[in-house]
Design a binder for this molecule. Structure first.
Ligand code: MIC
Ligand code: SF4
Length: 755
């Protein structure tokens, strides 16, 4: 079945005229990213050369995708808008709430029982508002979107940072918070800071042990976790067209780890092949007719320096397999240098577990290449040294790889197959012994490796690599094993070498599946009742946040001055806390518990300025809230990196934090804060971070004349009676200032809807 073919056809019928008009107005050839953006301008927005990185522009995305851990908040918000149906095709995917423990069937059953209330809520609210629902077990949102909904030249948003995966099929797909999704589903425009453009020219061809994953691991090493902020990365060149569509998806997916707004590739044969093999020949045929509009102009790719803000060139023929980590996805080490790096940093070299799969690396191609290594274990008389697990990205892939005997081959090396879900990638891994917090090393083909992310153990060092390399390292049980040069000792004592991986881009016999796990919404959902129990621990209806009081903020207490990396995992941890994603008050008990307090280097231990005693961050903040005193959070660089979870903004809002002031923000988190009516400020002078003292009371001055482009003043009243006045920058435009004043964007929407 092809979903929403009308939408695809309509997009293609309008695209040529829109793109030609943009080319004419700008008087120059266009990149692919620009073509898609200009073809999706909100009605009435005039085409012009918007200043990249400066201008806010309104867009009309084609569709919305949500996963269960973020959909709850997105739909609780949507439920308050009074709309009868979603304005654009939208879907919900149940993938984040399934714990990986024993094996897929048992784990899935357990999740269905435990999350019954949440799944019922999501299924019925989807039914009510015309949203497609993918049941638990159907697969991970991004894989299911790639298989069913993504189309070249389309534009979508999704309440998950890895929505960008759909760039592998030539889309502009962007991760957002639930409030943004709510806007688009409510029929409003969607605002985005016009992204800068980074071009990545891929020359040569992947070969031997290298894979698409190594491209993005290398790019992450070059650009770092913030190098892509407010930019779209566009890949092109012979290396791009020679790569599979799912490989392109992997590269785009992990583009979230460099903070990029999104990444994309021009439409090519590999995409047509993928569309056809996933039952969407009609989409491929329609795309073929407007081909030249679905890729960057030849002049652009011939002279990229003229059209992109930055250009990177990577020769795939020379690219080495990489391992990135631990604790950050941009610490890139080519495999040939791992021996040295591990020794220098004292990383444990014994690999305990190799984990393949996840939303970014569970294509048929990935699995078949990993299988080609697993087969060699028996053939060469080896024994797999580490534990090994597979998390398929979708039921379509799982069913097909089972049919083709791949799961049997994995079983022979002692592998465990987990449910088609996020599982270990998001801390939903009930790993035996993790509570002992032993220092240990794991390797996986996921995309994030922040502290505690996979198993909750702060002493697990996770390294990210391609599924092929993960499999080889699991067989060897050694982080420093370089399969290109090193040998392994087999059971007979002989030295053997692993042959380089090989596999099929797409299944020779085609994909098959018995039940993909889709539930279509009712034609007329108006009678569907949504019940949220008063005493539910998992779900809570939302209340409206209070509007701004109309004065400067005086006497805010410093809640925490966070030191170093503070990702959304540090602000609102996942794993065991995912179960409270639909209950704002309960999930607020995890607020900032992972952030390191600058003043004592501890996590979850801050000074309560009312009592002078140290307590957990949430309890200290609840004390300020009870006393009706506002507070402020101070942060370092790239604050809020990682996830799209708006809980990281809603929890502080709910508990009475008024301001988050940092050296720099990650894009989605900054928007989430604005949407929820918080003040998101940056130090005009980054060194002023050092002026913040533990007992500070802080004022924010200038709010009565809060204007776009005008800095605010922050006064630090220190305990010794002295004070410092520092400048705070902000990136609020006039509309966003309205959100702040109204107490949140939703209050503005509701007021508009009731008019
Ligand atoms: C992630 O990879 O961190 C997540 C879990 O998918 C998040 C979404 C969430 O926190 O629910 C993301 O990437 O946005
Ligand atoms: Fe799920 Fe991990 Fe992908 Fe996030 S990155 S969607 S947690 S598999």
């Amino acid at each position: 079945m092809v979903f929403d073919l009308d939408l695809v056809k309509k997009t293609y019928s309008e695209m040529p005229a829109k793109v030609d008009a943009a080319k004419k107005a700008l008087g120059r050839p266009l990149t692919l990213a620009e073509k898609i953006l200009f073809a999706h301008l909100w009605k009435g927005v005039d085409i012009k050369d918007f200043e990249r990185g400066k201008a806010y522009v309104d867009f009309a995305p084609d569709r919305v995708a949500m996963q269960d851990a973020t959909a709850q908040m997105a739909l609780l918000q949507f439920d308050t808008t009074g709309r009868k149906k979603v304005a654009v095709p939208s879907t919900v995917h149940c993938d984040h709430l399934i714990v990986a423990k024993d094996e897929s069937k048992a784990d899935l059953q357990k999740a269905i029982t435990e999350n019954d209330e949440v799944y019922n809520f999501l299924s019925s609210i989807s039914n009510k508002y015309g949203i497609g629902f993918w049941k638990p077990g159907a697969g991970i949102i991004h894989q299911v979107v790639l298989e069913n909904y993504a189309f070249p030249g389309g534009m979508m948003i999704g309440t998950d940072s890895h929505t960008v995966n759909a760039g592998g099929l030539g889309m502009i797909a962007i991760g957002v918070g639930g409030a943004d999704a709510c806007d688009v589903m409510a029929g409003l425009s969607w605002e985005l800071l016009m992204p800068k453009l980074i071009g990545v020219k891929l020359t040569g061809k992947l070969n031997g042990w290298t894979s698409p994953k190594d491209v993005i691991l290398k790019v992450a090493g070059i650009l770092t976790v913030k190098g892509g902020t407010n930019a779209i990365v566009e890949y092109f060149g012979e290396g791009a067209t020679s790569m599979s569509c799912t490989g392109k998806g992997t590269i785009c997916n992990m583009g979230a780890e460099i903070g990029a707004t999104t990444s994309t590739f021009g439409y090519d044969e590999s995409m047509a092949r993928y569309l056809r093999s996933t039952g969407r020949s009609e989409v491929a045929d329609a795309a073929d007719q407007v081909k030249s509009y679905l890729t960057g102009d030849p002049e652009v790719y011939a002279n990229p320096e003229k059209y992109f803000d930055k250009v990177i060139e990577i020769n795939l023929s020379e690219l080495e397999p990489h391992l990135n980590g631990p604790f950050t996805p941009d610490l890139a080490t080519p495999i040939s240098q791992m021996k040295e790096a591990a020794a220098k940093n004292n990383w444990p070299t014994k690999v305990e577990v190799g984990l393949i799969g996840s939303c970014t690396n569970s294509s048929y191609e990935d699995i078949s290449r990993a299988v080609s290594l697993a087969k060699q274990v028996a053939e060469k008389g080896l024994k797999t040294k580490a534990e090994f697990t597979i998390t398929p990205g979708s039921e379509l892939v799982r069913y097909t790889i089972e049919r083709d005997g791949y799961l049997d081959t994995f079983a022979q090396i002692g592998a465990t197959v987990f449910a088609n879900a996020c599982g270990p990638c998001i801390g939903m891994w009930d790993r035996m012994g993790a509570e002992k917090q032993e220092r240990n090393t794991i390797v996986h083909s996921f995309n994030r490796n922040f502290a505690k992310r996979a198993d909750g153990n702060p002493n697990t060092l996770a390294f990210v690599a391609s599924p092929e390399l993960v499999t080889a390292l699991a067989i060897a049980g050694d982080l420093t094993f370089n399969p290109i040069t090193d040998t392994l000792t087999n059971e007979k004592g002989e030295q053997v070498k692993l042959d380089p991986p090989s596999g099929d881009e797409l299944p020779k016999k085609g994909f098959s599946v018995e039940d993909a796990g889709y539930q279509a919404p009712a034609e007329d959902g108006s009678k569907v009742q949504i019940n949220v129990k008063e005493d539910s621990k998992r779900l809570q209806l939302l209340y409206s946040f209070a509007a701004w009081e109309g004065t400067d903020l005086k006497g805010l207490k410093l809640l925490i001055k966070a030191k170093g990396k503070c990702t959304t995992d540090h602000i609102s941890m996942a794993g065991p806390w995912l179960k409270f994603r639909g209950h704002l008050d309960n999930i607020s008990n995890n607020m900032l518990i992972g952030a390191v307090n600058f003043f004592n280097d501890k996590t979850d231990s801050v000074k309560n300025q009312l009592t002078g005693e140290y307590g957990t961050v949430p309890s200290t903040q609840r004390a300020y809230k009870a006393a009706n005193i506002g507070s402020i959070v101070i942060g370092d660089e790239n604050y809020g990196e990682g996830s799209s979870r708006e809980h990281a903004a809603m929890e502080p809002r709910h508990l009475g934090v008024r301001v988050v002031m940092v050296k720099s923000f990650a894009r989605i988190h900054e928007t989430n804060l604005k949407k929820q009516g918080m003040l998101a400020l940056t130090f005009a002078n980054k060194d002023d971070y050092n002026k913040i003292q533990e007992d500070d009371s802080i004022d924010v001055v200038g709010l009565t004349s809060f204007t776009a482009g005008k800095a605010l003043e922050v006064v630090l009243h220190h305990k010794d009676g002295s004070s410092d006045t520092i400048q705070a920058n902000h990136s609020y435009n006039e509309q966003q200032i309205e959100w702040f004043k109204a107490g949140g964007a939703l209050n503005v929407i509701r007021a508009g809807m009731s008019k």
